[in-house]
Design a binder for this molecule. Structure first.
Ligand code: HEM
Length: 520
């Protein structure tokens, strides 16, 4: 049985409104992103006529490759709402259970069970949304799947065999092992689940990193397919070793922001103060570590990116001509046809520092890079959607810095033991729930759109990756189907999350309740 406490209804309605508005803001944000993608003139950019990545778009509104790209974008961004939350919540729950193991304080046990339920609901929906990804590769991207199959086969098999089995087996033990397993083995189970989420992220990112920076392969001249030549080259790919920490730290920050926001909601209603103050403290620490780590790892990622995909960095900065030293752009409006900005407010030398770690080095611009790429790969337009890259990069990093601020403020209040009293902080924490989701979505949109016109950088173009025989109608049909199913899943997920997040943690949910939540 679930119970909710309802004291001081007026203030509470306001608090609930903040969380709802934050969710609404997130919804609006996702509506605006597609508009920016499609009508990029809104951000001062028009699509190139001869850009290979867009050439099929020009055929008309029902082009199959364009629809396949939209479908992939929708499915992936949706799936990635759940992934970082699973990574972050499993870690946070494991930390809370460790505190219980060490202190034997029953409040940490209730805390573990309370946040554990939210983790389970999110895990279940996340798995379902991920399965669709696999269908898409075969259905809409058969040329791509054929091309990369020999490279991705082993890493993705390891992901399924090691990570997914580790997660699922120990998650089962954790759910049903309360009071049946020894406390040590039970604690070990949740840590192994957490390890499983990290291992899973590693192998998936290994595949994505190969698309960003293909290494350790040869092209078989007979089949035209990529074949793995060195497994160790894939594992040591430098793109992987910056993507992996960035994604894991982003996950930790996401889980922490959610725990902090829900704790703030309860604290604003003055219920279960002890439990939620302690939850908020743990969350504020993880949020600060996660979001600061994300900024540092993002900086390292920017440098590797400048090396392996200089066009992505130039587009992220709307830097049309090479500058030495290069200035960082704070606000720009560009004209892609003329290859220049009409407005650009800049901070001198900062881009040199971000890209190369010194204040005076050169950063190459879009126009000279376009000429170089034509020399290297033949005629074509190698410029990605500059407006989209420029703004997604700023939204992601901006969200990151606000999250650092919320975490730091939380820690400062924590030292003075004032978290529950600070109405401003509680409101900020509630608003902050949308930030990591916005940053995660814009992060992936930036990474993937910035690689265009390639699906495998320098090797396979997006326009040559789609299935040659799947008609636009079929792609449209599955796209509508997925969107409807995802809409239903989102409603179920939000309903369950909201119901369990509002529940009174004083009342322990039984294993059967948790299993029922998953069975939904
Ligand atoms: C605060 C400063 C940040 C910086 C400097 C930064 C930097 C970057 C860069 C350079 C990339 C693209 C890498 C590439 O394409 O090679 C990226 C991608 C990404 N970022 Fe950030 N980021 C920051 C904040 C955040 C935050 C707060 C989150 C989420 C909580 C986040 C989540 C992501 C994700 C999910 C990706 C795509 C996956 C990947 O490429 O690793 N970032 N970030």
């Amino acid at each position: 049985m679930l119970r909710t406490t309802t004291s001081r209804p007026d203030t509470h309605r306001d608090d609930t409104k903040i969380l709802k508005r934050s969710g609404l803001f997130l919804g609006l944000f996702w509506t605006i992103i597609p508009i920016l993608c499609d009508h990029s003139a809104l951000v001062g950019v028009v699509l190139h006529e001869d850009n290979p990545a867009y050439r099929l778009e020009k055929r008309g509104p029902v082009d199959p490759t364009l629809l396949a790209r939209w479908q992939f974008g929708i499915v992936t961004v949706y799936h990635f709402l759940f992934v970082p939350l699973t990574i972050g919540l499993s870690f946070t729950v494991a930390v809370m259970q460790t505190m219980h193991y060490r202190t034997k304080d029953p409040i940490y046990r209730r805390m573990t069970k309370f946040w554990g339920k939210l983790f389970l609901i999110n895990f279940a929906v996340g798995v379902v949304t991920g399965i669709v990804q696999e269908f898409q590769f075969g259905m809409n991207w058969s040329n791509y799947s054929r091309f990369v199959g020999d490279i991705f086969g082993a890493p993705l098999a390891i992901e399924a065999l090691v990570a997914f089995f580790l997660e699922s087996t120990f998650l089962g033990l954790w759910i049903f092992g309360w009071d049946k397993l020894s406390p040590k083995v039970h604690l070990l189970s949740i840590w192994l689940v957490t390890l499983g989420t990290w291992i899973s992220a590693f192998w998936i990112l290994l595949a994505n990193s190969w698309m960003q920076n293909p290494v350790g392969y040869i092209i078989n001249p007979e089949t035209g397919r990529a074949e793995m030549e060195s497994f160790s080259a894939l594992v040591t790919n430098r793109s992987l070793w910056v993507h992996f920490p960035h994604t894991i730290l982003a996950g930790l920050a996401t889980g922490a922001a959610v725990v902090l926001a829900i704790s703030a909601w309860h604290l604003a209603r003055k219920q279960n103060r002890d439990l939620f103050t302690r939850s908020a403290r743990i969350a504020a620490i993880i949020l600060l570590i996660g979001s600061t780590g994300v900024a540092f790892s993002g900086h390292a990622q920017g440098q590797v990116m400048t090396d392996i995909q200089p066009m992505k960095m130039a587009a992220a900065e709307a830097l049309w001509e090479t500058e030495e030293p290069a200035a960082f752009s704070i606000f720009a409006v560009g004209n892609i046809e003329e290859g220049r900005n009409s407005i650009n407010i800049q901070l001198p030398r900062l881009l040199s520092l971000l890209a190369e770690n010194d204040f005076s080095s050169a950063v190459e611009g879009i126009n000279p890079l376009q000429e170089q790429l034509v020399q290297e790969y033949g005629p074509g337009d190698y410029i990605p959607n500059v407006g989209l890259l420029y703004w997604t990069f700023r939204i992601m990093t901006g969200a990151g810095f606000v999250m650092i601020g919320i975490g730091a403020l939380g820690l400062w209040l924590m030292r003075k033991r004032k978290i529950p009293e600070s109405a401003l902080f509680l409101k900020l924490a509630m608003w902050g729930i949308a930030l990591p989701f916005i940053a995660n979505s814009t992060g992936w949109i930036f990474t993937e759109m910035g690689r265009q016109p390639w699906s495998v950088y320098g090797v396979l173009r997006t326009a040559d990756s789609a299935s040659p025989v799947v008609p636009a109608g079929a792609v449209l049909f599955t796209m509508i189907g997925y969107t409807v199913i995802y809409g239903v899943l989102a409603a179920v997920d939000l309903y369950l999350m909201a119901r369990y997040a509002k529940a009174d943690p004083a009342e322990e949910t039984s294993d059967a309740d948790i299993a029922a939540a998953m069975a939904y």
